[in-house]
Design a protein around this ligand. Structure first.
Ligand code: ADP
Ligand code: MG
Ligand code: MG
Length: 209
């Protein structure tokens, strides 16, 4: 099994690839209820992150911190600062853990969510990133409590995040640009919840690999 730094690097490289592959889809979702840039924003940020990753003995926390810095400096709008804060908080949480096991990943995701909430002041049901993030965390915690292995628990988290993503379709947006549309934001899947569901799936895929 790879060490924590290699695992974190593998995750970031994989998620960057996934974002790149889903760039048009994310932007298309954002064109329905936003300003058609979510895919470009995240892709620009993660491509920049790839050029700034530390060496494979730097620590998993240093990997996530490098991603946070790239996102904050290269991505404007809502998602850059929100994901940037999430990666920064996740990095700090990982710094407290020796292993990159289930509890460490859960702690990182919980800290990341706290960052998103503090920065964006959204609640579950506001049609944002949190609508995939929260169910993902809840499923991960439940699976780990039941004794599931880390890859199995992350699979369940990814499924729950994907369900949360789909559940944003009927919601009326209460935060971000989509909220300017009021009731007209209903009937469309939230772009940020979609990129978050992809993130949980990328974690599960990396843990399985
Ligand atoms: P912008 O809206 O500035 O163009 P993006 O298009 O990159 O930024 O990101 C839009 C996504 O950001 C939305 O789909 C939503 O999920 C997320 N978002 C917006 N505001 C918030 C917030 N306050 N809290 C959490 N997520 C948010
Ligand atoms: Mg946008
Ligand atoms: Mg924008």
């Amino acid at each position: 099994m790879a060490g924590p730094t290699e695992a974190a690097l593998a995750f970031v490289r994989h998620y960057a690839e996934v974002v790149h592959e889903h760039k048009s889809e994310l932007t298309k979702l954002d064109s329905a209820i936003g300003d058609a840039d979510h895919g470009e924003n995240l892709d620009r940020g993660f491509q920049a992150a790839l050029t700034q990753l530390p060496d494979d003995d730097a620590g998993a926390d240093a990997v996530l911190k490098a991603v946070a810095m790239a996102l904050v400096s290269k991505v404007g709008g809502a998602a850059g600062p929100l994901y940037g804060t999430a990666f920064l908080r996740a990095s700090a949480a990982l710094g407290e853990h020796e292993q990159l096991d289930g509890p460490a990943v859960l702690a990182a995701l919980v800290a990341g969510e706290q960052g998103v909430i503090q920065r964006g002041k959204a609640e579950v049901g506001d049609k944002t990133i949190l609508d995939a993030w929260r169910p993902g965390i809840e499923a991960l915690e439940a699976a780990l409590d039941e004794g599931a292995s880390c890859p199995d628990a992350l699979d369940r988290a990814a499924e729950a995040a994907e369900a949360g993503m789909a559940d944003t379709i009927p919601l009326v947006a209460r935060k971000g640009r989509a909220s300017y549309l009021g009731e007209r934001s209903a009937g469309h899947q939230d772009p940020g919840a979609t990129s978050t569901a992809l993130l949980f799936r990328a974690l599960a895929d990396t843990a399985r690999a």
